[in-house]
Every structure is written in structure tokens, then in C-alpha cells.
Design a protein around this ligand. Structure first.
Ligand code: PHE
Ligand code: NA
Length: 448
């Protein structure tokens, strides 16, 4: 076997990791959970979860990957041969694969909107008709599958070319574009009439909702999802890092940029929602129905904004999907000793095929509910609320308890520091208890 690939530069890794983190989660998911969670209260709970649980677990994943120099399962295997810790990696590969199956579907919807704003068809829907427009599209037996497959083909194409020439290059191109788009659109949002109300909604202190466990459940789910935790993505990306890279500052940069991006996304979306008197609590349809409705009422300016908005979302989704596919590809390359090309095509095709039932479950021919949920929502719920959190918890427990503390701290360069000592205790106690509590709560809300 030839040597494993590596990132060309540390910046390349950071951009790729930020590319993985910044995705549908920051725009589509963040905005609707923020809306449903009542704005400020959710934002506060979310930021607390990000710093108490997300950041420590992210650093743990990066440390496991860099030290292990292998895929999500292989890294655990190398650090703790023959132990059951590798279950964390197995859960990761499983979750990454499941998530990509439906992530590709939603990203396909986004690509369809880019196309429709480009051709003008999305801009000319009658007022009040965007709900029907969206449902007509996702309910059709062919269109959602077509766009899903097209999106996945691009993802497969990038991963096919490997770490430096595929993933790193793509992220170097996309990340500056994303930053530019979100900043310009957020500044524009802040000039709109509803900006004051939006700022109020996001930042005016309101602590009443903080007692609401559901808000916390949403916040921690969002923290995991948005930082790409619990599914081996960060372990896998970090495994292509050379030994010298400083890890804590990389983790800090990733968390900061991901959080800033989500806040900017809020600043671009909510002013529009309030300017046009729409409901921020509209749920998953927020960016596909509510926003287009606003763009429509706004006229030509709205069509242009809509085009750039969906382009931004599509690029963000692409860089995240790339990292999800790489989890399975990296695993298959080691496990079956396949070439990158063979692993990419095989994993890509299987995941795309598995996504088809999700694509057809939103009003299309496969809309029967399973356990009370359409197929896409079922996979989303199972991964978001359970497997991600459990995978992340195993990593936290492994780094906190299972792995030699001195070695862990040496690997991160945090030996003999207060930060290092704190970090270990967060991994040992705070993160696992927080995660368990929330998972139990999700379970209770769902079944009892
Ligand atoms: N973090 C991504 C987002 O916010 C989603 C994602 C999860 C990407 C897991 C890769 C791995 O959209
Ligand atoms: Na994110």
C-alpha cells in the first residue's frame, strides 16, 4: 500500500474542516431551530452547548484522528487495539453514511432552487403559492431524485480526486466565496425594514425559555450537527494532518468560524422574514417556502437575492457532503484495501441509492410513514437525536477515560496547562452527562 495522503497545508485542513462544519446546518437547520426555539433563548442555549460540549468533543475527535492516522474505525483500533472503543468509529461511519443519504436530497432541493431562480421560474410564482410550488416539486416522482443524483455526482467527483487535488482544492475555492456571499447578504439584510425586529428576536435577552428542555435538546442536537461531530468526519479529516500541527487553535478556529457563519446566516434570513411579516417558527420549510415567499413579494431584487442565497446554500452543502462521503471512503479504502477511485464510486453509489427513498418520501410515491415519520425525517431523527450524540459520547469517554491522559495531553500540546486539565474533565464528566441527559430526553419525548 502506498503512504496515506496528507493535506498540503495546515490552512488546507482548517478550510476543509470549516467547509465540513459550515453547511445546511448553519442556514437551513440553524434558522428553523432558532425560529422554533424562540430566538434568543435558543441562541444562548446553543452557544453554551457549543462551548461546554461541542468544542471539547471536537478537539477530542481531532486528537483521535491525528494520532491514529487512520479512518474513524481504524484510528480507534490503533489507539486501543481490541477494545470496544472502536464502536465510536463504527457508529460514526454509519451515521455519516446515513446522514449523507438524506443530506444529498435536501442539497438537491437547493440546487433546484438555484436553477429555478436562474431561469426565473421561481421568481414568478404567485403570492401565497410557494408552499404549493415546493410541494409540487418534492412530491414529484422524478425531479427530487434527479437533483439529488446530480448533487451527489458532484460530491463523488471531488472526493474521487483525493485529499489535495480534490477536497483541499475545492474548499480553498469555496470557502472565500461562502464568506463573501454571507457577509454581503447579511449586510443587505441589516439595511431592511425588519432588521430591528430581527436583531431583537436574536439578541434581546429572554430567559423564560431556558427552562424548556426541548430548547436544550434542540440546542445540543444542533451543536453536534453543525460541528460535524459524532460521525467520524473530523476524525477522518484530522487523520490527514502531519504530526506537528497545533490542534487546540485549529479546533478553536473551526468553532468560531462555524458559529459566526450561523449568526451571519441569521442576520441575512430573519430581517427578510420580519420585513415581510412572515413567521420565523415555520420549521424546515423556512428556507424553501417562507423565504421564497418573501423574495417573491420583494420583486426583482428578491429574485437576485434568492439566486445568490441558494447558491450560497448549495456551495455550503457541497463542502459538507464531501466530508461525509470521505468518512466512508477512507474507511473502505483501509478495510477492503480498495483504491480511492473504487472506494469513492462504490460508497457514493450505495449512499445515493439509499437516499432515493428519502427523496421520494416528501409527498412522492414513497411517502408512507414509518414509526410515524416519512423516511427522510426518520433517518434525520435517528441520526441527529441518537447516533451522532452517542458516537460523540464514546469519543469523549475514550479520550477522557480510556486513553492515557499524559499521552492525550502531549498529543494536543496541552500538558501541564489549566486548559488541558479542564478539557479532560469536560470530556470525562460534563460532555457525557450533558449528552446522556439530552438523549434520554429525546427518547422520552419521542416514545413516552
Ligand atoms: N456540519 C454540517 C452542517 O452544518 C453538517 C455535517 C454533519 C457535515 C456531519 C458533515 C458531517 O450542515
Ligand atoms: Na455547521
Amino acid at each position: 500500500m502506498q503512504g496515506r495522503e496528507q493535506w498540503a497545508t495546515r490552512l488546507g485542513f482548517i478550510l476543509a474542516a470549516v467547509g465540513s462544519a459550515v453547511g445546511l446546518g448553519n442556514i437551513w437547520r440553524f434558522s428553523y431551530v432558532l425560529g422554533e426555539g424562540g430566538g434568543f433563548a435558543f441562541l444562548l442555549a446553543y452557544i453554551i452547548c457549543i462551548f461546554l460540549i461541542g468544542l471539547p468533543v471536537l478537539l477530542a475527535e481531532i486528537t483521535v484522528g491525528r494520532k491514529g492516522q487512520s479512518d474513524a474505525v481504524g484510528s480507534f483500533n490503533k489507539l486501543a487495539p481490541g477494545k470496544w472503543w472502536k464502536l465510536g468509529g463504527i457508529l460514526g461511519v454509519l451515521s455519516g453514511t446515513l446522514i449523507l443519504s438524506f443530506y444529498g436530497v435536501i442539497a438537491g432541493w437547493v440546487m433546484y432552487y438555484v436553477y429555478s431562480y436562474l431561469t426565473g421560474s421561481a421568481g414568478s410564482v404567485a403570492e401565497g403559492e410557494y408552499g404549493a410550488y415546493f410541494e409540487g416539486f418534492v412530491g414529484s416522482p422524478i425531479a427530487p431524485v434527479f437533483w439529488q443524483v446530480l448533487f451527489m455526482a458532484i460530491v463523488i467527483g471531488v472526493v474521487y480526486f483525493g485529499i489535495k487535488k480534490g477536497i483541499e482544492l475545492a474548499n480553498r475555492t469555496f470557502m472565500p466565496l461562502l464568506a463573501l456571499l454571507v457577509i454581503v447578504l447579511a449586510i443587505y439584510g441589516l439595511t431592511m425594514e425588519g432588521a430591528g425586529e430581527a436583531l431583537n428576536f436574536m439578541f434581546a435577552p429572554d430567559f423564560a425559555q431556558l427552562g424548556n428542555m426541548e430548547v436544550w435538546g434542540m440546542a445540543i442536537g444542533q451543536a453536534f450537527f453543525t460541528l460535524s461531530l459524532g460521525m467520524g468526519a473530523m476524525i477522518t479529516y484530522a487523520s490527514y494532518l502531519p504530526k506537528e500541527t497545533k490542534l487546540p487553535s485549529a479546533a478553536g478556529t473551526i468553532v468560531t468560524l462555524d458559529t459566526l457563519f450561523a449568526i451571519f446566516a441569521g442576520l441575512m434570513i430573519f430581517p427578510i422574514v420580519f420585513t415581510f411579516g412572515l413567521d420565523p417558527g415555520d420549521g424546515p420549510g423556512l428556507i424553501f417556502i417562507t423565504l421564497p415567499e418573501a423574495f417573491g413579494q420583494w420583486g426583482t431584487g428578491g429574485t437576485i437575492f434568492g439566486l445568490f442565497f441558494f447558491l450560497l446554500v448549495a456551495v455550503a452543502a457541497l463542502s459538507s457532503a464531501i466530508s461525509l462521503l470521505e468518512v466512508g471512503v477512507s474507511w473502505a479504502m483501509r478495510r477492503f484495501e480498495w483504491s480511492r477511485k473504487k472506494a469513492t464510486l462504490t460508497a457514493g453509489i450505495i449512499i445515493t441509492a439509499f437516499g432515493v427513498p428519502s427523496a421520494l418520501s416528501q409527498g412522492g410515491p414513497l411517502s408512507q410513514e414509518i414509526f410515524g415519520l416519512p423516511f427522510l425525517d426518520l433517518i434525520d431523527t435517528v441520526t441527529d437525536q441518537y447516533t451522532l450524540a452517542l458516537g460523540g459520547m464514546i469519543t469523549a469517554l475514550f479520550v477522557g477515560w480510556g486513553w492515557n491522559k499524559i499521552e492525550v495531553l502531549r498529543e494536543t500540546g496541552l500538558q501541564d496547562t489549566t486548559v488541558g486539565a479542564l478539557w479532560i474533565w469536560f470530556l470525562r464528566i460534563v460532555a457525557p452527562i450533558g449528552i446522556l441527559y439530552i438523549v434520554a430526553n429525546n427518547f422520552y419525548n419521542m416514545f413516552l
